[in-house]
Structure formats: C-alpha cells, structure tokens
Design a protein around this ligand. Structure first.
Ligand code: SAM
Ligand code: SF4
Length: 337
C-alpha cells in the first residue's frame, strides 16, 4: 500500500476505504435541547463570520462532487432547517454534475412547511429524529414541548414525496428505553422506516456512560417482544444500520450499533462542519481548515488536495472501547450528526 495520500481522484484513506458520502453541517444552532446532545442553556454558538456562507458551502460541495468522487450529500447540524439559505443550497447542489443524491437529517420542526420547496429544489430524502411518542417524555427529552410539530413534519415530508421517510431514535435508560416497540408500530403504520441508534459519547456535557447505554442487543430483544424480526436479505454495503424485516416484511427496521458493533471498516463518510473544517470521522480529534484556505484564495485543486490529505489520516476505528479513548472536543451538534 502507498504511504502518501493520492494527489488526484477520490478520497481514499491508508486503509483503502473510499469516502463517497459527505455530511455537511449547516449550523451548530438548534431549536431543541435533546439531553443526550446539549445542555439546557445551549452552547457557545459559532459567530456569524465563522460560519461558511451559502456560496462557500456550495463551492466546497462542488469540489467534493466534481473532483473527489462524492456521490451522496447529507445536510445536518445543529438543526439544518433553521439555516435561512437551505432551499437555495439544496438547489445549487442538485444542479451539480454528476448530480449527487441529497438528503437531510432534521428534528422535523418546520418541515411540514418547508418540505414542498425542498423537494422542488432537489432534496431526495429525509431522516427525522424522534425518540418518543409521548408528549411529556418528548418535553423532558428535548426540553421543548414540540412533539406535534415533529409529527406534522413527518407527515409533510411523506406528502411532499421525500420517501422513504426515515425516523432516527435514540433510547435512553430510565427515559424512553421501553418505547422501541411503540415507535416501530407507529413507523410501520405510517410507512416510515425506523432506525434506532445506540447513544454515543458525543454530548456536550460529557455525560455518556457505557454502563447505562441501551445496547443494540437490548433494543432487538425489546422489539422481539412485539414483532418477528428476520434478517434482511438486502445488501448492507456501507450502511451503518443493520436491518431486519418486520413480521416477514416488506416493513424493515434498522439498528445502528455504533458502539457495540462498530462498522468503521466499511465507513465511507467525510464531514464538513459549519465553520469549514473537514473531519474524517465523528470521533476525529484532528480537523483540516478548508475555510481558512478558501478565504486565503485557494483554488479548487488546492482545496481538493487538502481534503484528500485530511481523509488519508482517518483512523481505523473510533476506539470508544480503548482505555485511551478521548471524546472529541466538539459535540455532535457542532460536528453534524
Ligand atoms: N438536529 C437534527 C436532528 O436532530 O436530526 C440534526 C443533527 S442531530 C446531531 C443528528 C442525529 O444525531 C439525530 O438523529 C440525533 O438523535 C443524533 N444524536 C445526537 N446526539 C447523539 C448521541 N450522543 N448519540 C447518538 N446519537 C445522537
Ligand atoms: Fe438539536 Fe438534533 Fe441535538 Fe436534538 S439531536 S439538540 S434536535 S441538534
């Protein structure tokens, strides 16, 4: 294997993985305060000039698509729906050649209103985060009483044709750990695809505790009390979710066991933060500052070269189980989940 990053072509790392899936954080701000993500008072947000402008985001995505072989672009945050230029950014990315697939991870608030415009602009799919169907629990978990808005957002996304609409859920012990079957019933009944994610050490408060995390094994056991789950014959590829057919199909459910069954060996992701830093991994401790390069006048070739170098250094795995594991300084909301 070569010992230096390639000077042209795709984003390959020293272990031979190729990153084709770009996650772009559009803002670190959010209108919810999920307890597993950020504290009640919020965080010191990035200042306006630190954020990439809409044009800078589109330029960097264009470099990724045209020069680095990126074929999937997902917008996230923070809460991407609160970025004023979102529809225009999606439209500009949809006009790139070759056109990437475009998706959005959102808490769903305001999606009922925005979904038609996003669909028209070229958005293909959405993932809506929803951890509970109980209004009181929702208010406890997100510190805002907005369950109705999220449910309206889900319905609006489906009505606008952003299918398949996926739901991302995180279970927390003592809060909503018993809710996996109810969430799956709701998803199956509405033709949404549920994916339950193991909680990761990415909260700003550093409160994650492996010993209290609800594991994939527990999630599956809980689902099996109400449903028959059989292995999904579809190819998993680089998808983080392991999927099962529900009661013989065609409905499916996914479990993302980032902690107990890491899929780092198949990872095909590269990340761009709202302030223009490339990260090779959610758990990376290094970043590469494309914003500084871009604002200093770097041309597209130079930006592409820096991005390749950043990805070449991607570690083999996240190392959550290593005794030396260090949680990244940036919380999930500032990286882009
Ligand atoms: N605000 C949007 C949302 O909630 O979908 C996008 C950003 S959010 C950081 C992206 C995803 O990360 C959400 O599905 C959320 O549930 C998940 N998430 C946040 N903190 C997490 C943690 N500590 N462990 C696992 N997933 C987490
Ligand atoms: Fe906001 Fe998403 Fe974090 Fe919840 S998980 S606080 S919705 S960024």
């Amino acid at each position: 294997m070569s010992v230096a990053p390639r000077t042209d072509g795709v984003l390959v790392d020293r272990f031979g993985r190729v990153a084709r899936d770009l996650r772009v954080s559009l803002t670190d701000k959010c209108n919810l305060r999920c307890t597993y993500c950020m504290p009640a008072e919020g965080l010191p947000w990035l200042a306006g000039p630190e954020l990439l402008t809409d044009a800078e985001i589109v330029r960097l995505v264009r470099v990724a698509v045209e020069r680095l072989g990126v074929t999937e672009v997902r917008f996230t945050g923070g809460e991407p729906l609160i970025r004023p230029g979102l529809v225009g950014i999606v439209a500009a990315v949809a006009a790139l050649e070759p056109r990437p697939r475009i998706s959005l991870t959102t808490n769903g608030i305001g999606l009922d209103r925005l979904a038609p415009a996003l669909r028209t602009a070229g958005l293909d799919r959405v993932n809506v985060s929803l951890d509970t169907l109980d209004p009181d629990r929702f208010a406890q978990l997100t510190r805002r009483a907005r369950l109705d808005a999220v449910l309206a957002g889900l319905a609006g996304a489906a009505a606008a044709g952003l299918n398949p609409v996926k739901i991302n859920s995180v279970l927390m012990r003592g809060v909503n750990e018993d809710e996996a079957p109810a969430l799956l019933r709701f998803a199956v009944d509405h033709d949404y695809q549920l994916r339950i994610i193991e909680q990761m050490p990415l909260d700003a408060q550093h409160g994650w505790d492996r010993s209290t995390m609800v594991t994939a094994e527990e999630i599956l056991a809980s689902l099996r009390t109400r449903f028959v789950l059989s292995p999904d014959p579809a190819e998993r590829g680089a998808a983080p979710a392991e999927t099962w057919l529900v009661d013989g199909g065609p409905a499916r459910v996914g479990v993302i066991a980032s902690v107990t069954r890491p899929f780092c060996g198949d990872c095909d992701r590269t990340r761009l933060t709202a302030d223009g830093q490339v990260r090779a991994c959610l758990f990376a401790t290094e970043e590469s500052d494309l914003r500084a390069a871009l604002r200093a006048g770097a041309d597209d070739d130079d930006l592409a070269r820096r991005w390749r170098t950043a990805m070449w250094g991607k570690r083999a795995g996240h190392g959550i189980d290593d005794p030396t594991f260090l949680q990244p300084t940036r919380p999930m909301s500032a990286i882009g989940g």
